[in-house]
Design a protein around this ligand. Sequence first.
Ligand code: HEM
Length: 192
Amino acid sequence: MGPSAPRPATGLTSQLRAATRGTHDHVDGAFPEGLDSPTAYVRYLQAILPLAQWLHHAWQPDWEALTCWHAPARPQQLRADLARMGAAPGAFQSSGGAISAAEWLGASYVMEGSAMGARLLARDLDRLQAAHPHVADARSFIDSHLADPRRWGRFRQVLDALPEADAVAALRGARRGFGLVEHQLDAMEAPA
Ligand code: HEM
């Protein structure tokens, strides 16, 4: 059935969560003590940057209905935060090629959903900056990511309302998006 005959309420968010649970557990496991050191925070920023870059590059201006989910400032915020932490962006592969709006939304699920974990991690930063004051000047990404607590609920509604025909592309986007984060973490050596 084509996009002209959409079926309502796919509940895609839970499908994407189930499909990426193992990857999330792996990513979560790369921060066993949360953001308890400047090094851990740098790894976190470096892990998210490839996903932010991909979302930025793959965005197409004619996806007008999705404009509010496009956050063009994110890659630059991440790079600026890394620079303030005295770190480089890190080398990463770009995930090139044009993608559909549904695949882009699936990848955006990874970014938007990460705000939930980020809420906990921001509390780690509150503690970390007592000992490392420069951390307070390196929070532009995470603070703007968390600025609107209702954003995730609105995003879920958009995802859950996608027609069934878009589910496969959205799942692919979520797997690729999470894969970028995971790959970046695996490529960086975790501190002993
Ligand atoms: C670094 C990259 C990370 C990414 C891309 C990411 C992504 C996500 C996504 C997509 C969700 C939404 C799941 C859903 O409800 O559908 C989520 C939820 C969550 N994440 Fe992460 N996450 C990351 C790191 C972390 C870390 C390090 C922690 C450890 C504190 C964490 C803790 C959580 C928690 C507690 C939730 C909420 C789970 C729930 O309430 O069901 N995340 N994350």
